[in-house]
Design a protein around this ligand. Structure first.
Ligand SMILES: [Zn+2]
Ligand SMILES: [Zn+2]
Ligand SMILES: [Zn+2]
Ligand SMILES: [Zn+2]
Ligand SMILES: [Zn+2]
Length: 286
């Protein structure tokens, strides 16, 4: 009988804590501001900024954890093609802080297998149980047609690790690429009006061809032209304008610039031997 009393006291406490927690949570949820639409019910979810930052859909009664230590905004009312949730853009503070889009739903339940390094999981030290706030932003997403995924925003292999350098979509005018795995950062031509990825690949190194729309007043192109497309590793103009902030050398393996194709591998090697091969870039046709 004694144990029974202890057990019921314990159960009572748990029940109480639940009630307490729910009361606190609904207060929190009430104080949150509407931020983005839920892909299931299409109503606005509330953003709860107190740690851990979350989105809460009142209708679906679902909580979506968000990355920590930065600011979060609606991203141009764009939606995720997989689940119709509105995308958010997360920005880390400071001039070198990266910004990236994320879908609240995919961030919490990555839709693809084989994504073993979740953003924010490293610091927790346990990748099996990444903890609140860790998840899959678009820059880790291998979705082949989404405009924000690794496949369409990934430019080239990281010189430091196995990751991919991805374009920071809102870094204008201080355009940059950042690695989706380490803290390698590459500054692109500063002050450009626009830098965007294209569907084309460099025939020499398989990096993504990017398009730069230079500022009219500061264009390095002849005759005041502003549009230039090229590979940031092989195009001499673009390569001369990029700056690696963190990370070692930044060039194609082997010869670069004028020596293209004259390196160890010679001309006949063709694609496939001396290029930087990023396994993550080969998700094309996935
Ligand atoms: Zn909902
Ligand atoms: Zn999604
Ligand atoms: Zn996506
Ligand atoms: Zn890296
Ligand atoms: Zn190239």
């Amino acid at each position: 009988r004694y144990y029974f009393i202890i057990l019921s006291l314990w159960l009572f406490q748990i029940g109480n804590m639940d009630v307490l927690f729910e009361a606190q949570f609904s207060q929190l949820a009430d104080s949150g501001r509407p931020l983005s639409r839920c892909g299931k019910c299409l109503r606005y979810m509330k953003y709860i900024s107190t740690r851990p930052p979350r989105l809460y859909c009142n209708t679906c009664e679902e909580v979506y954890h968000l990355p920590q230590n930065g600011t979060i905004k609606l991203y141009k009312e764009l939606t995720c093609p997989l689940d119709s949730f509105e995308l958010l853009i997360f920005s880390m503070p400071g001039p070198e802080g990266k910004s990236f889009p994320l879908c609240p739903y995919c961030y919490n339940s990555p839709p693809f297998e084989g994504i073993d390094t979740l953003f924010g999981a490293g610091r927790m030290g346990n990748s099996n149980n990444p903890g609140k706030g860790a998840g899959m932003p678009c820059f880790l997403c291998p979705h082949p047609t989404c405009r924000h995924s690794l496949i369409t925003q990934g430019v080239c292999a990281c010189p430091e690790c196995n990751g991919t350098l991805v374009l920071d979509p809102i870094s204008a005018p201080n355009w940059k690429l950042f690695c989706n795995m380490c803290n390698c950062l590459v500054l692109l031509p500063q002050g450009a009006h626009r830098v965007s990825t294209t569907p084309d690949r460099c025939p020499d190194c398989d990096s993504m061809i990017i398009e730069v729309d230079f500022n009219k007043k500061a264009t390095p192109l002849e005759d005041g032209a502003t549009l230039h497309k090229g590979c940031i590793l092989c195009d001499e103009l673009l390569h001369s304008l990029v700056v690696v902030k963190h990370g070692k050398s930044f060039s194609r393996r082997g010869a670069r610039g004028r020596g293209r194709g004259m390196g160890r591998s010679g001309r006949g090697a063709g694609r496939g031997s001396s290029k930087m091969v990023d396994p993550k870039m080969s998700f094309r046709g996935f």
